[in-house]
Design a protein around this ligand. Structure first.
Ligand code: NAI
Length: 702
């Protein structure tokens, strides 16, 4: 049973009961339809109230049924709404908490709607690449007017019920009820029951309301321009505009057909697939296969951060923003002062831009403490180390933490390359040690790689996943390996970028091709931003560890010229002081040409397609190895890392999802072609066993 039926006097109350948000899964739809039928067949009942159990009216479709036959099994939402509209007894939606997507469409199918103040009302379908599919685009303009309705539909953002109730002439809500919603709704329904008892055919239906606009052509022209600028890679927002225009210009039933056809067509687009994949991937990433959801968690009320440098400061801000006190520990007072000044500067910039209220800024700073003494952090529940990337320094810090921290404290390292198991071995409590790999700038970037050591306790993992949510990060679990998920893959991508230079490309050409594909930044602009010296240091290590691994020499030659990137105002590009614009550099182009001559390579013209596929398939092949080795527990985790940490275009869904849309058979064929290029690295393009297997079986990663 996923909706309860009971009576209060002459009113039947149907309470949606499908926790956590009363998603309109199949069992719930059946139960509502049965409830309406039962009430209509009972002479003692005069009216019906539909409300939500718990904290929500309904969050819309049940995402647990996505892609399953249950999602479309009859009665689907459209059929259920027809049942509501056909009821001979008035149906009142009593809307509490959350009313989104299909939940709002269901309410719009009722004869009346009353709501609590503060209800989050939204049609968020656009966020997964769709338009509302059960009448939302046709009914909402009829109750809110064209402009407000289009804003709600195209943004997908929640709006509070009392704000919508204040829209002049609105017919969305009959009443906003600040007292007990259900008893008021039952009383309201009883009144409507008597009022319409003798004339049920006159019960009001949203579909019959008129919709108008004083100047529709100008308005829709304007709306289209706005949307085009905002959502260039996604078709759904423009379709929202079209559907609302249809609501205005055509008959209701024609509009419903248009909405349905558009919904179905969007469902098949790669953009919609990518957005749904990202939406579900984010939820899936928070689940760790062998860590059950009811794993007990440790309390995190106080946090300590070791090191007030670039990362330590940004990491601290995350916790301050979430209202969690932080103490930063450093070796010298000057370093502390510098770190705190940077945090202040960042907050002040937000205040100046109007993104943060001055009193909030002060509240956050009041949660920040500093110290030079480990005794002051001994009682912290979580300590995150962000000191220099040297094993010796980490060893000293973790040995001290082991001595001073209270039992049960979680000891985390922000290392980007070092072995977390080794770090854990410096303590007597390796079960409490975990990697928390934030990305720079740590207060901005969404991604958090949670590095699971071989001894990391399950409750530690459960706790850090929960705290990640609290500080609004997308946490993805990675096993221990060099570079973890993200940087291990980017190394292969960078290697290909280097080979492309040797074969005939300029940095600008590679960056442009990749940016046209949708990446926020191409590999060379990215290198200049992060500092080319970081990759140089890694390569020097690789030359010793893996002498057989081939890299293009161009990046080393660049660093030998002192061109580290934006910080030296010269990298793959030239930079003007104080600006971030990348200006193609003739010096670099000459260096690359000279290097080709040394290698005896005659440059060839390389198309954008080849550039993009060599780079992206380099990610895909390494990603497949990472999944096969169990470093990532599923392919969608890899996509989440790339979408949230590496600027991979959202409309492509991440490297693994993109490979799936291309077809893994085709990916392997293309890789074979690349392997035949004598200037490339044949072994590089050997398909990873998982990729080869899936391609041969006609399967996909995600
Ligand atoms: P940084 O050089 O800006 O800051 C390190 C800070 O640690 C300095 O303020 C230093 O005074 C302090 N420190 C050094 N030894 C200490 C000790 N024994 N006790 C207390 N404080 C000490 O370095 P950054 O960039 O913040 O990196 C820190 C860690 O974060 C490294 O492990 C790095 O690999 C990692 N990381 C860096 C990223 C980046 O983009 N910069 C990205 C992700 C991780």
């Amino acid at each position: 049973m996923s909706a309860k039926y009971e009576t209060q006097g002459t009113v039947a109350v149907i309470t949606l009961d499908n926790p956590p948000v009363n998603g309109l899964g199949h069992a719930t739809r059946v139960a509502v339809a049965e409830g309406v039928e039962k009430a209509n067949g009972d002479p003692a009942i005069t009216a019906i109230v539909i409300t939500g159990g718990g904290k929500a009216f309904s969050g819309g479709a049940d995402i647990r049924e996505f892609g399953s036959p249950k999602a479309i099994a009859e009665p689907n939402l459209l059929s259920l709404i027809k049942v509501l509209e056909a009821s001979r007894k008035p149906i009142v939606a009593a809307i509490n908490g959350v009313c989104m997507g299909g939940g709002l469409e269901l309410a719009l199918g009722c004869h009346f709607r009353v709501a609590s103040p503060g209800v989050a009302v939204a049609l968020p379908e656009v966020k997964i690449g769709l338009i509302p599919g059960a009448g939302g685009t046709q009914r909402l303009p009829r109750v809110l007017g064209v402009e407000t309705a289009l804003n709600v539909i195209v943004s997908g953002e929640p709006v509070k019920s009392e704000l919508l109730a204040a829209v002049p002439g609105q017919k969305l809500f009959d009443q906003i009820i600040a007292t007990d919603l259900l008893s008021a709704a039952v009383a309201f329904a009883a009144v409507k029951g008597s009022e319409y008892a003798s004339k049920p055919e006159t019960l009001p239906l949203v579909r019959n309301l008129k919709v108008s606009h004083p100047n529709p052509d100008a308005y829709f022209g304007f709306a289209r321009n706005m949307v085009k600028g905002m959502a260039k890679n996604f078709p759904a927002p423009a379709k929202c505009v079209d559907a609302v225009e249809v609501a205005l210009k055509r008959k209701f039933d024609d509009g419903m057909v248009y909405e349905r056809e558009t919904f179905m067509a969007l469902m098949l687009t790669p953009e919609c697939k990518a957005l749904r994949h990202a939406f579900l991937g984010e939820r899936a990433a928070s689940k760790i296969p062998d860590v059950p959801e009811d794993t007990p968690q440790r309390k995190i009320e106080k946090v300590a951060v070791i090191g007030a440098g670039t990362m330590g400061g940004g990491i601290s801000m995350n916790f301050l923003n979430a209202g969690i006190p932080v103490t930063i520990l450093e070796t010298r007072q000057e370093a502390l002062d510098r770190g705190v000044a940077t945090i202040r500067k960042n907050y002040e910039a937000q205040v100046k831009k109007g993104k943060l209220k001055a009193d909030k800024y002060e509240q956050r700073m009041a949660l920040l403490g500093t110290t030079l003494n480990y005794a002051d952090i001994a009682q912290a529940d979580l300590v995150i180390e962000a000191v220099f990337e040297e094993m010796g320094v980490k060893e000293a810090v973790f040995k001290t933490l082991d001595e001073v921290m209270k039992p049960g404290a979680i000891l985390a390292s922000n290392t980007s390359t070092l072995d977390v198991d080794k770090i854990a071995s410096f303590t007597q409590r390796p079960q409490d040690v975990v990697g928390l790999h934030f990305f720079s700038p740590a207060n901005v970037m969404k991604l958090l790689e949670v590095v699971r050591g071989k001894a990391t306790a399950k409750d530690v993992l459960a706790t850090v996943m929960a705290i990640a949510k609290k500080i609004k990060k997308t946490a993805v679990v990675s096993g221990v390996c060099d570079g973890f998920i993200g940087n291990r893959m980017i190394e292969q991508y960078s290697r290909q970028a280097g080979f492309l230079l040797e074969e005939g490309c300029t940095p600008e050409q590679v960056d442009k091709a990749v940016e046209k594909f949708g990446f926020a930044m191409g590999p060379f602009r990215m290198g200049d931003l992060a500092g080319n010296d970081i990759g140089w240091a890694i390569r020097k290590r690789r030359y010793v560890e893996k002498p057989g691994m081939r890299y293009s020499k161009t990046a080393d030659l660049l660093c030998e010229m002192g061109r580290y990137g934006q910080k030296t105002q010269a990298g793959w590009y030239d930079y003007v002081a104080g600006k971030r614009d990348a200006i193609p550099s003739p010096v670099v182009v000459r260096m690359i040409e000279d290097h080709r001559k040394t290698l005896g390579v005659t440059p060839r013209k390389i198309g954008d397609d080849e550039i993009v596929h060599r780079l992206v398939y380099a990610l895909v092949n390494e990603g497949a190895k990472i999944v096969e080795e169990g470093i990532a527990s599923k392919a969608s985790d890899i996509d989440m890392v790339y979408l949230t940490g590496y600027g991979f275009p959202l409309h492509r869904g991440g490297p693994m999802c993109y490979a799936d849309t291309q077809g893994l058979f085709n990916v392997v064929q293309t890789m074979k072609k690349f392997a035949a290029n004598p200037l490339d690295d044949v072994s590089f393009w050997q398909p990873a066993p998982l990729l080869a297997r899936l391609a041969a079986e006609g399967k996909s990663f995600t």
